[in-house]
Write a protein that binds this ligand. Structure first.
Ligand code: PGA
Length: 242
């Protein structure tokens, strides 16, 4: 089956991305490996959805050897390739550790690390140069700055994640109707069909609605990605509606 299929007059992505953002969890590598193994086992029969685990940097190496039906992503990267940047991790380092994706501009980084659109713009360019697929998080259109809009228009490997602030970690997910409005607005601003994920209090009950009803290309899952059963149910429910 082709990954993109035509439905009516629009193309729908037949391979939704389910991205697990573990944030600063779990507490040790043993816990990370256990979580990873259980998820890998739980989704072994999933045919269509692509599942990407984004653990903290320090667990990437330990999980690299455990890949198969799961892919690896990072939660951030720096914009330089190497050099005197204490504490930073470059996109090339992530690529060499087996990452295919990197989350950039998450609202928690914008808030606690004071990341600006300019910094995020540089990170996106650096990630693309290292052949990582960036997942750019936004909660409003103004965050697609001029420079970024141009990259979004020409880059097929850049993915957007719409994460409304009120929905992140609150249990108050955005309704699929409202989320769809924003998705359509994003597509209009960019002027072409690009992959847009939804994130913010996704759980096994609401997950499929964002794909089927609101036509998102996938989900960015925070809290619910730390519970094995719940996360597997999210992936199964999405896989079922495609
Ligand atoms: P949440 O987090 O699913 O816990 O709301 C989503 C995110 O921050 O990416």
């Amino acid at each position: 089956m082709s990954k993109i299929e035509k439905l009516g007059n629009r193309f729908i992505d037949m391979q939704p991305l389910i991205v697990a953002n573990w944030k600063m969890n779990p507490k040790n590598l043993v816990g990370a490996k256990k979580l990873f193994d259980l998820m890998k086992k739980g989704i072994k029969d999933i045919k269509k959805a692509e599942t990407i685990i984004c653990p903290p940097f320090v667990y990437l190496l330990g999980l690299k050897s455990k890949l198969l039906n799961l892919k690896l992503g990072a939660q951030d990267c720096f914009w330089e390739e190497k050099g005197a940047f204490t504490g930073e991790v470059s996109p090339t380092m992530l690529k060499n550790l087996g990452c295919q994706y990197v989350i950039i501009g998450h609202s928690e980084r914008r808030k606690y690390q004071k990341e600006t659109n300019e910094m995020i713009n540089k990170k996106i360019k650096a990630a693309l140069k290292a052949r990582l697929k960036p997942i750019l998080c936004i909660d409003n259109i103004s965050q697609i700055k001029k420079g970024l809009k141009e990259i979004l228009q020409k880059e097929k490997n850049l993915i957007l994640a719409y994460e409304p602030l009120f929905a992140i970690g609150t249990g108050m997910a955005c309704t699929p109707e409202k989320a769809k409005e924003m998705k359509n607005k994003i597509q209009r601003v960019i002027g072409k069909d690009i992959k847009v994920l939804y994130g913010g209090s996704v759980d096994s009950k609401n997950a499929a609605n964002y794909i089927k009803q609101a036509t998102f290309s996938g989900l960015l899952v925070g809290g619910a990605s730390l519970g094995v059963k719940e996360f597997i149910k999210i992936v199964e429910n999405v896989d079922r509606v495609i």
